[in-house]
Ligand binder design. Sequence first.
Ligand code: BJW
Length: 242
Amino acid sequence: MTQRIVVLTGAGISAESGVKTFRDEDGLWESHHIEEVATPEGYAANPTLVEAFYNARWQQLIQGDIAANPAHIALALLEQHQDCELMLVTQNIDNLHERGGSKRVLHMHGELAKGRCPQSQQTFILNEILGPDNVCTCCIPAQKLRPHVVWFGEMPFGMDSIHQALAQCDLFIAIGTSGSVYPAAGFVDLANQVGALTLNINLAPRDDHSEFQYHWQGKASELVPQLVTDILAGHSVAHNQS
Ligand code: BJW
């Protein structure tokens, strides 16, 4: 029987690829003020600073020695499995799932590779870093593109599809996310409500208040390939819990 799986990934899945997380030691929020770089108000006050923040991350992603790791690659393998209906939702704005081979990725917090028209909301693939010269082709007069990301107070993308998938899923898996940002942090509750199995994979130990039924503590690059092997073999996720 087809297993319906929703996977939610966060910054932790890309950490072993060399991309910084937000809230870990040496994470992005240690060297940047959230309200300055991750709110619409911060962008309105200083667009140059905010664009520089995203441009530096984009350049690191395309020019550095950053590559998809075994966790991204394993999820791409899961997508191809005939007996599994997978929705892969990522909070990450990097493109490492795609580089790992995933074909269908829902970027609920946007994508570094794109700019967005603030008027029509149409997105444009960026061939260069975002600056004053990047304007849309959908409006007259042309509008300056903004980073295609979701800041605090803005609505994440794809919420209807995500809710629909969660309402029908058999298994919900969160990987490498601190669960501190909503609405993503509430997905586990929705999955629990429909009786799905819920599994959290994280380097950190189980949180006492966790809503997840199962917790696998360790590196995503090791545990996700193991998980995918188990799923493909028809084994339960109930082992290896902490
Ligand atoms: C590893 C590992 C390894 C490390 N292996 N693991 C209550 C209910 C509903 C909403 C709210 C609420 N209270 C407040 C809100 C609003 C707000 C919110 O959640 N605030 C919180 C601070 C409480 N949310 C919003 O505003 C959202 N919009 C919204 O709610 O819309 C509705 C609405 C609209 C209008 C008015 C009112 C309501 C939008 C949130 C946007 C978040 N944007 C960011 C920036 C995106 C662009 C960018 O990348 O710069 O998204 S913030 C940042 O946090 C980024 C991430 O996607 C997000 C989550 O972070 P993540 O991925 O979990 O990373 P970390 O660093 O926190 O965790 C990493 C984890 O990995 C750790 O646990 C490590 O242990 C682990 N790890 N190495 C395995 N190798």
